[in-house]
Design a binder for this molecule. Sequence first.
Ligand code: ADP
Length: 224
Amino acid sequence: MTAAPHPGVRTVILGRQGAGKGTQAQRLAALCLVPHISTGDMLRAAVREGTPLGLKAKEIMEAGDLVPDDVMIGIVDDRLREDDAERGWILDGFPRTVGQAEALGRITTDAPLDLVVDLVVDNEVVIDRISSRRTCDGCQTVYRADDPAIADGTCPKCGGTPRQRDDDQPEAIRRRLEIYERETAPLVDHYRGLGLLEEVDGLGTEDEVFDRLLAAVDHRTGVE
Ligand code: ADP
């Protein structure tokens, strides 16, 4: 498998909650030297900092609901105008509705998407993954609850505390998966229709999935 970077790649990663989007998007962004833009991370940072956006988003996120399209479209539009996004980007968590996908099309007319990856993992697997995931309250690294590295309750990277996200409680997980099926799953067909879709099997080790993801990017960007 090639480890060649793909400078300037513009990619959306779709997938159910717990499919591994965040981890894979971060690795791909590091390899391609482009920013990893996670709307969930941006919203969680706003909640932590208590900004007006954070105050608005907090309860919506805790319930597992979606932040309104106009708010999200504004955030992503601003973010994609920043200097570092000129080189390309990996979008994770956006778009999540057909309205957001259409807006992204308008925002990116000058530098359109190269590909959309659907990271495919079954419902049963993601429910298990989400209920056992712990997120460090310091550096946001995600761990499995039974990871020996956090057996003492401390994040080995920053000394923070790995915790269960408020929206990773069972009721909110169910709600987010329902909303995913209703609002976000239709984007798979939307992007297939535009000829941009690459399906990547999200089962297996992190490295195995990353190799498949790279093969999909290679396929689209013409790197052998
Ligand atoms: P997950 O994929 O596990 O739901 P994310 O970190 O992507 O986690 O998102 C967490 C929450 O942030 C979502 O449940 C939703 O409330 C909000 N959110 C993130 N991105 C969007 C978006 N594009 N549109 C609406 N709400 C969003």
